[in-house]
Design a protein around this ligand. Sequence first.
Ligand code: NAP
Length: 249
Amino acid sequence: MSIKVGVLGAKGRMGSEAVKAISAANDLEVVAQIDLGDSLDQLIASGAQTIVDFTHPDAVMGNIEFAINNGINVVVGTTGFDEKKLNLIKGWLAANPKVGALIAPNFGLGAVLMMQFASQASKYFESVEIVELHHPAKVDAPSGTAARTAELITQARRSVNKEAMPDATTSALDGARGAKIGDVPVHSLRLRGLVAHQEVILGDLGETLTIRHDSIDRTGFMPGVLLGVRKVGSTPGLTFGLEHFMDLK
Ligand code: NAP
């Protein structure tokens, strides 16, 4: 029996890739393709068991609430989640305890691994900084992935009481030392010719370590989306981050 999936934002850049990838998988089936202006009732009529949402930060919460209240699992790639929104989702899930919800800021398996490797390594190095590099049409800086990496690194370093990173800067031009997220400076580059890239650079006495991930094409997100769709139905409650669906022990 294949898993019946409804794709929201089906005409968008990510949503249309998701429709292709899910349709090509033998164990999954696209039963609804919903875009702006379409009724969510299609999800009920089509018997969707799970939705994949790549819409817009302004639309996604309504979609999630509808799905959860109708017993449909959710896999969300749309960005823009904060503590307040996650708590709202937890409330809806509490009233529907069998439903699973995965919110994944990044579906790239390589990107998720880069974040994990970086947070592990950061416990062993005196200093760590992030450089994220993207195409010039990107509207937000730093990227969600860079922000998440910085948070994970901050948590990892605080868990082992790592000392503050040395930095003798006493005068600097605005922005020269990047934006600080948690304890980590993050630097954003915007250049034509780039897609989506990130380097985490770690330094200590006599050595540096650079962990780099390059996202070259949207198809790179699809193995992560499929993993999410396959696992979310057997993982009730809220899961934030695809790493929790990967065997990283
Ligand atoms: P996009 O090309 O603009 O696609 C969004 C689609 O959703 C559009 O077709 C849009 O229609 C439609 N839409 C808007 N509101 C809707 C609603 N209420 N119900 C159903 N459909 C609706 O954007 P994208 O590049 O695919 O990105 C979509 C989201 O995914 C963004 O938040 C982006 O940051 C995120 N993203 C996440 C990952 C990840 O790995 N987690 C990776 C890449 C992108 P209109 O064009 O008519 O408005």
